[in-house]
Design a protein around this ligand. Structure first.
Ligand SMILES: [Fe+2]
Length: 268
């Protein structure tokens, strides 16, 4: 098995900042356990957020944690059709979410839809994961915003089930409302940003952002992604300019959605 080269953090002689693609690779290599809860300040619609490396947004002004697309019980949904996946996705997702709630001053959680892979997922949650979830929903003010995968959610493990929520002039929802009367934060698309670096494809979950719409990455352990360059985003954002935003080493780097190698620009 080939030995993976270590990333060399020494600056180049030119003194220029580290190329963003390499910075992304370093962040990927050190994500999770090595750099828990690193974040980039992110300004959206006049509100200050922390874009966590853990695919969640923390909103300090409201002590709120925002996540999207947990897709709990996805593995058990596939198992019903004979496609066997390791059945630990719900527990892994909830443990990761619990760590964020432990480590931040969280009073409110907004989960922006597709909380379960299907509406019956709540009933399939095993006792251990269910107890974990019940303990979390008892600790904080928890809002389940329904998505296209879990429209019939009833919140049997605690928390309030709503179609959408408006907080401080922002609409929190699953799919963007085309009318976009007020700025929106949503999920649904599971955006991913991919870039080539020295012949290797580096991929990260990302945000997609314009002045009036912020699409969050999927949080779930077993979720796929839609490439930032996909034409779907052009339809969603319309004439408004938009960017792929990747939190890297404390900065929210923005990239043109179709970018594959050009320089990134810090947006906050
Ligand atoms: Fe989803």
């Amino acid at each position: 098995m080939a030995t993976r080269k270590r990333f060399n953090p020494k600056p180049k002689k030119s003194g220029l900042a580290r190329p963003p693609a390499i910075a992304i690779e370093a962040a990927v290599a050190h994500s999770g356990v090595m750099v828990p809860h690193s974040f980039a300040p992110l300004l959206f619609a006049g509100q200050h957020f922390h874009a966590l490396a853990d695919d969640a947004l923390y909103w300090p002004r409201h002590k709120a944690l925002l996540v999207a697309d947990l897709h709990l019980e996805k593995a058990s949904w596939y198992a019903k059709s004979g496609q066997m996946l390791p059945p630990y996705d719900s527990q892994a997702t909830l443990e990761r979410l619990g760590r964020l709630i432990d480590d931040y001053d969280v009073e409110h959680v907004y989960s922006l839809g597709d909380n379960y892979h299907d509406s019956a997922g709540e009933a399939r949650l095993d006792a251990a994961a269910g107890q974990m979830l019940r303990a979390l929903t008892a600790r904080v003010d928890w809002h389940w915003i329904t998505g296209n995968h879990d429209e019939q959610l009833d919140g049997c493990w605690g928390g309030n089930v709503v179609a959408q929520s408006a907080v401080d002039g922002l609409l929190l929802c699953h799919e963007p409302d085309p009318a976009r009367m007020i700025p929106q934060i949503c999920g649904h698309f599971h955006p991913k940003f991919r870039i080539q670096n020295r012949g290797r494809l580096v991929s990260r979950r990302c945000y997609m952002m314009s002045d009036s719409l912020l699409i969050m990455p999927a949080f779930g352990a077993l979720t796929g992604g839609l490439d930032a360059s996909d034409a779907v985003y052009g339809d969603v954002f319309g004439a408004e300019g938009y960017q792929a935003v990747v939190p890297v080493n404390g900065k929210a780097l923005s990239f043109p959605p179709e970018c594959r190698s050009v320089k990134a620009k810090a947006v906050s």
